[in-house]
Design a protein around this ligand. Structure first.
Ligand code: OGA
Ligand code: MN
Length: 289
């Protein structure tokens, strides 16, 4: 196994292994490296969806995404992050299913709308582009660590309301539509703004701007201002790795201490196909206080 850092604060590239044929020692090493580096890049992994699912299941159960139209028709654990239909056609920009997916261009953490958010995601770049379509990953341990003691004290015991519908309502196109797509209904949930990682026990900022409605028990305007300041602080390049994709790159990230976003690309002419499996979380986020 060859290991190389991707960014001073986050990420490592792992070469010399085949994710479809891992031995126990390699799997144990990957688990350790994942906790240490937060995101792992595995280049040149030409694996099938079934092998992708099998790799994901080594880490535990897999989620099925609440957006029904984005699940693969052959493997419901595969979430199709793509502007291309299963038949291979580009999905028109005005289509509801594209407008929902476009929300992944915004900064977010996967499944922050669940009572128990996902612990990690594994994304396979099947048809990638370098004309936009880069993915950004922020180290949320570091963004928390660097806050002043004053701010830490102010936010350590705050809770944030997250809602899946917020993703839909953030989209001006979807908001005005009668048919917004078909989703499993999910009630809004409350998560700590500062969480403790269940394995490393380190604190991190838990932000997911596309589901964060506001801070619980807080003045609406003040809450919004505070969240926006924390987001701005967290997306500085010193905390963020920018990934330029090659086909058959696989990236896995830890949703308990990172957030990510996608650089927009021309979705009306470029075909970008990514398949994701999503690891079910094991516990509710642990509050810092
Ligand atoms: C995701 C996502 C990233 C990408 O798969 O969770 O937000 O690069 N997409 O498309
Ligand atoms: Mn995502």
């Amino acid at each position: 196994m060859y290991i190389e850092k991707l960014h001073p604060k986050i990420g490592a590239k792992i070469e010399g292994i085949d994710l479809a044929n891992l031995d126990n020692a390699q799997f144990d090493k990957i688990k350790k490296l994942w906790l240490e580096h937060l995101i792992l890049l595995f280049p040149n992994q030409s694996i099938s969806d079934e092998e992708h699912i099998k790799f994901g299941k080594l880490f535990g159960k897999l989620e099925k995404h609440p957006s029904l139209s984005h699940r693969s028709s052959t493997n419901p654990e595969i979430y199709r992050v793509s502007n291309v239909s299963e038949k291979g056609d580009i999905i028109p920009s005005k289509n509801t299913s594209w407008q929902y997916l476009k929300q992944s261009w915004l900064w977010h953490t996967d499944s922050s709308f669940r009572q128990i958010p996902s612990k990690g995601s594994i994304l396979h770049g099947i048809s990638t582009t370098r004309k936009g379509g880069h993915t950004f990953f922020a180290n949320m341990y570091e963004t928390y660590n660097d806050l002043s003691d004053n701010i830490k004290e102010r936010i350590n015991d705050l809770w944030v309301i997250h809602d899946h519908d917020y993703i839909i309502n953030l989209s001006s196109e979807l908001k005005s539509k009668k048919n917004k797509g078909s989703y499993e209904q999910l009630p809004s949930v409350k998560h700590p703004l500062v969480q403790i990682h269940p394995v490393t026990r380190k604190k991190s900022l838990f932000l997911s701007p596309h589901t964060m409605e506001n801070i619980d028990n807080f003045d609406k305007k003040e809450g919004r201002k505070l969240l926006d300041e924390l987001i701005e602080h967290s997306i500085q390049t010193k905390y963020v790795y920018k990934h330029l994709w090659n086909d058959d790159d696989i990236i896995m990230w830890d949703n308990r201490c990172t957030m990510h976003s996608v650089e927009p690309f021309d979705n009306s002419s470029i075909k970008r196909i990514m398949h994701r499996v999503t690891l079910v979380g094991e516990n509710k986020p642990i509050p810092a206080l």
